[in-house]
Structures are given as C-alpha cells and as structure tokens.
Design a protein around this ligand. Structure first.
Ligand code: PLP
Length: 310
C-alpha cells in the first residue's frame, strides 16, 4: 500500500513539476505551516550537508532520499518566505546536478492544503517533527503521519512525546535538546557561533548557502537567514544540528533493512489508537468541560427500547 501511494505521488510530481522521483527512495516529508520554530531550515541544512558529502565523495554509499516539503507562510512573515525560497533554490540545484542522480531529490509541493494533504501524509516513510522543544503545543500533522505508517524523526515536543510513548521508543527517531535543556542553555547565554565554529559540516553548509551557491551566486539573497542563525538563532537550530544529523544518518541506515522498517511502520499505525477523536473528546468532557453523557430517547428507536448515549 505504501509503495502504491508513493508511486501515485511520484506520478503527480512528474505531471505537475516535471521532476522524476523514485518511489523506492526514502520519502522524507516535512509538511506544515512555515514558521521558524518548526525549523524547516534545519531540515534544509541536512539536505545541504548530504549534498556536500556527495560532492566531496562521489562514491559515497548513501540511502537514496526524496525530500518533500509542503506548507504556506503568512504573507508578511519575511523570514518564513525566505526559508521557502531557500528550499526551492536548493531543490533547483540538487535536482539539476547529475552527481545527485539516484541519490537525492528535493521537491517543494506548492499550494499545500487539506485536500492535497490526503495524498501527502500516507506517502511518507519519514515524518519530520523537529520543532524546538517547548514550542509546539501539540501538532496534529505528527499524528496524521504516524497513523499512516510513517516513522517520526522528532524532538520531545508537543504530542511527539505521547506518540513516542505509544509507538515505543524503539520505533521513533529521537534527537535534540529537551525543553528543560533549551531553557537552561538560554539562561546561561547561548552563542550559536560556538556551534558553527566547532562543526565543520555545519560551517560548510552555512557557508555554501551564504556564498550564493544555490541562487546563481547572489550572496545577498539569503544573508538575513545567515545573520539570523549566526547572531540570534532563537530556535536553537545550531545547538540541535549535530544531534539531528546523527539521527538522520541513523534513519538512512535503518531504511536499508526494509523488513524491519516495515515492521516499525506497521507498529506505528497499530499503536496510534490513543489519538482517536472519540477518546480525545471523552477526555475533554471529563477533565476540562466537566460534562456527563446525556441519555436521550429518539422516536425511531423508542419502539425498540434502545437508549442512545450521546
Ligand atoms: C494537519 C495540517 C496542518 C497542521 O500540521 P502540523 O504539523 O500539526 O503543524 C497544517 N496544514 C494542513 C493542510 C494540515 O492538514
């Protein structure tokens, strides 16, 4: 089923974008509104890292991946719009590069909405739920992906915490600082440049973006993103980069064992029952609204003496 749905999305991408994506590759999807705390930019840094590794070592044996993004930014949200531009620029460069053939593809799916989302969630092998710990109230995309058999790469944030508890920590790719560690790091004074200077892959990824490499040599276009990361990085992308990259490399390895991956995928679907809307509404009735079910008689059923609980 998963393969057939991936094939359908691949057909949609060929027809609408004229890009060939391989349904046997790992479909790594981040689909949600664009916001800095959701950290699509961190996902983009990993793509550039893979690109750089492949350019440096063309023989590198990597798990072929298709990175898919979907989502809108609020019209006046300049940085979020620029992250969308960055992903599109990386996609153009990667998809055109013959060295990346059979290895990496990146597609930005336009006009993301609920109707189209129905074709996206079930096509995912990997669900990106990588918000800074402490920032996402719950998330619902994380649930939609997991119940459709995607494995999650995620932080301990929002409903990721409960999803991980339900599906089992061995079926969830966890990385990053906890909310407590985020507060502690900010309290003691966070300097993103320390991380930039210490990690050569992170430095190279940032420098390549800054140089204009992905946008015809225009070294000004992404300057606001680079300045923001190196001087402020409010959402701690650089602090979580190393942990994210290690976790993503582990995902790539895990995907090679298709039997085990499929087992983990099925367990994700099978163990997501807790997130049913019936259970959720019942909890609200008991814990928040403090209301009891009201037994009612409905005419048509009155004769059969059935009492409906609503
Ligand atoms: C579920 C959904 C969202 C919310 O996704 P999150 O990952 O929880 O932020 C946003 N847009 C669409 C179209 C959705 O279907």
């Amino acid at each position: 089923m998963k393969h057939a749905i991936k094939q359908d999305l691949a057909n949609h991408i060929r027809l609408n974008y004229n890009i060939e994506v391989d349904p046997n590759s790992l479909f790594d999807i981040q689909a949600k509104r664009f916001h800095e705390y959701k950290r699509q930019h961190l996902d983009a840094l990993y793509i550039v890292t893979l690109y750089n590794r492949n350019k440096a070592n063309p023989e590198l044996d990597i798990t072929p991946r298709t990175f898919l993004f979907g989502g809108k930014a609020a019209p006046g949200y300049f940085i979020a719009k620029l992250i969308i531009k960055l992903i599109n620029s990386i996609a153009d460069t990667v998809n055109r590069d013959p060295d990346m053939r059979g290895r990496l593809k990146v597609v930005f799916l336009k006009d993301y909405n609920v109707k189209f989302a129905q074709r996206v969630y079930p096509a995912a092998d990997l669900s990106e739920q990588i918000s800074t710990a402490g920032k996402e109230a719950s998330g619902t995309g994380n649930m939609k992906f997991a119940m459709n058999g995607a494995l999650t790469i995620g932080t301990l944030d929002g409903a990721n915490i409960e999803i991980r508890e339900e599906v089992g920590p061995e079926n969830f790719f966890l990385f990053g600082l906890t909310a407590e560690e985020v507060y502690a790091l900010k309290a003691k004074g966070y300097n993103p440049r320390d991380y930039y200077n210490k990690n050569s892959e992170l430095k190279l990824a940032n420098d390549r973006i800054a140089s204009g490499f992905f946008c015809n040599g225009d070294a000004n276009l992404f300057k606001p993103l680079i300045d923001n990361l190196l001087n402020h990085d409010q959402y701690l992308l650089l602090a979580d980069y190393e942990s994210y990259v290690e976790c993503q490399d582990w995902v790539g390895q895990a995907y090679r064992d298709q039997d085990n991956w499929t087992r983990m995928s099925i367990l994700n679907t099978a163990r997501m029952g807790k997130f049913s809307s019936d259970r959720s509404i019942r909890d609200y009735c008991e814990d928040v609204w403090n209301v009891q079910p009201v037994p009612i008689q409905i005419e048509a059923y009155a004769q059969t003496n059935v009492t409906l609980k609503v």
